[in-house]
Design a binder for this molecule. Structure first.
Ligand SMILES: Nc1ncnc2c1ncn2[C@@H]1O[C@H](COP(=O)(O)OP(=O)(O)OP(=O)(O)O)[C@@H](O)[C@H]1O
Ligand SMILES: [Zn+2]
Length: 485
């Protein structure tokens, strides 16, 4: 079986081969941390999480790096509004990121580099670019000279002359940044410090890095000159990824990545869901409205990963229905296994799974990560098991031999697990809680009072009591949030 992928760089679907046999180096451009993550971020994180899981399932050793952009004007603006610091804002939203993604069942990356922790690597790259004639200082800033890089535009398919012609009536020659550049499409690698803003010392004076150079530096520091997969949302193809290529390849003379993969956007009424546009629904708002995390995963995975998807209440309701069907199949073994005389402890035991279904699943997904195709096979198994469950309930027997059902169930659990779709065993679920929202809030207030009085034992007791009732507490600087389940 051969995995083929659509590569934005070549605009073709290509056979997947890695630089080092059996190993995949993968980098995903993560979030700028100045707000809670929305469903667009959820889509990107779910898609790349599943790509990573699928590559592992296919036998690759995957090293997966995702960055946090923690230097940015938008973070600074938020810090000003809140009379806090860029670092404090970034820390708060990084913490929130981990909480939200854990709820969606996203596996943690191998490393999460941050721009503020990569300052040496960033300065080394700028220095190399300057030495090779690709960068020039100008009034405390340093710019990349796009005209020097003959391949500029190869990822996005844009040509500098066309870009220039298209932008000529929008150029503001009064703009001080414009005046510092040799070419309007040159972009900042380093920006001179402005009063009151965080700044780092550098050979070009005190200042901070531009956004694009961070990723080039982080990829090089953590993964080396050429990686196998560079991933991100389609909104990043131009200019961000184009600029990453220009920076990295000018220095190393080698391809930055063999495959450039881009997820489609989550849209609202035809427009990209985005923090800047303010048309977003956060992951936590949606999950706190009792939408099940696995329904969100299904909402994402039911679409081809490169196509745009519309976020609507109907789409989430449909995904929730789908999840309930799948969940019945995933819980089949726990529900009926004992009756059928199985040993059900080792769900997802790969030695017992059906090669026929696995082959069909791989054949589907190997075609440019066709997750909807893979899901169709998973649903086939789930529906079959649900039907058998009904027969057991109504007739007290099964239509299919118990051993065969057991294999179907193991196969279902395994393949759904590759897509990160997991159902909790009923027996392991916390007791269904009967506490009202007001009672929960009241207990949280009591816990806060106990902690304030330094009675941490009492605080922990209340937390445990809530936990036993299936209530999860999440503490942050803003207080304690909670959710059921
Ligand atoms: N609506 C969306 N659908 C799918 N992916 C998205 C969406 N919005 C952002 N992403 C992806 O999430 C990652 C982090 O993006 P980023 O932090 O720049 O968010 P953003 O909401 O686009 O921010 P801004 O609104 O400030 O442009 C990127 O890989 C980006 O492509
Ligand atoms: Zn990036």
């Amino acid at each position: 079986m051969t995995l083929t992928l659509y590569n934005t760089l070549t605009r073709r679907q290509e056979t997947f081969t890695t630089v080092e046999p059996g190993k995949v180096k993968m980098y995903y451009c993560g979030v700028t941390v100045y707000d809670y993550c929305h469903l667009g971020h959820a889509r990107a994180c779910i898609v790349w999480d599943v790509v990573r899981r699928y590559l592992q399932f296919s036998g690759y050793e995957v090293r997966y790096i995702q960055n946090f952009t923690d230097i940015d004007d938008k973070i600074l603006n938020r810090a000003r509004q809140e009379h806090s610091s860029m670092e404090a804002v970034a820390d708060r939203f990084i913490k929130a990121y981990f909480e939200d993604m854990a709820r969606l069942g996203i596996k943690e990356a191998d490393e999460y580099p941050r721009a503020t922790h990569t300052m040496n690597g960033i300065q080394r790259l700028i220095h190399d670019l300057e030495n090779k004639g690709y960068a020039y200082p100008s009034a405390g800033d340093v710019y990349y000279a796009v005209r020097q890089f003959s391949d500029y535009g190869k990822l996005s398919g844009r040509k500098l002359d066309d870009l220039q012609a298209g932008a000529s009536d929008r150029v503001n020659i009064e703009d001080p940044e414009y005046q510092k550049k040799k070419d309007p499409f040159d972009f900042a690698l380093w920006k001179a410090a402005k009063p009151g803003e965080p700044a780092w010392e550098s050979p070009w004076g005190s200042g901070r890095p531009g956004w694009h150079i961070e990723c080039s530096a982080m990829v090089r520091d953590r993964l080396g000159d050429t990686i196998d997969i560079h991933a991100g949302g389609a909104d990043l193809i131009f200019p961000h990824h184009e600029n990453e290529i220009a920076q990295s390849e000018a220095v190393t003379g080698k391809p930055l990545a063999t495959y450039w993969l881009h997820n489609g956007m989550v849209k609202v009424d035809g427009e990209k869901m985005s923090k800047s546009l303010g048309n977003f629904t956060t992951i936590r708002d949606l999950l706190d409205r009792d939408v099940e995390p696995m329904a969100v995963r299904l909402f994402v995975l039911q679409a081809q990963y490169r196509k745009p998807i519309d976020f609507t209440d109907e789409a989430i309701a449909a995904a929730t229905n789908g999840w309930h069907t799948l969940k019945e199949g995933l819980l089949f073994g726990y529900e009926y296994g004992e009756k059928l005389g199985w040993e059900v402890k080792n769900a997802g035991n790969e030695t017992e799974i059906s090669p026929e279904y696995v082959n069909r699943f791989r054949e589907a997904v190997d075609d440019d990560f066709n997750f909807p195709g893979g899901l169709a096979i998973i649903f086939e198994l789930a529906k079959e098991l649900r039907r058998e469950g009904n027969i057991i309930v109504h007739e007290g027997k099964t239509a299919t031999p118990a051993a065969e059902l057991r294999q179907q169930w193991q196969t279902l659990v395994t393949l759904a697990g590759v897509l990160g779709l997991e159902a909790t065993k009923e027996a392991e679920k916390p007791a269904n809680n009967n506490l009202s929202d007001a009672e929960i809030e009241d207990l949280i207030a009591q816990r806060q009072a106990a902690r304030k009085a330094k009675n941490f034992a009492e605080g922990d007791r209340i937390r445990n009591e809530l936990q036993a009732q299936g209530i999860t507490l999440i503490d942050s600087k803003d207080g304690t949030r909670w959710h059921r389940g």
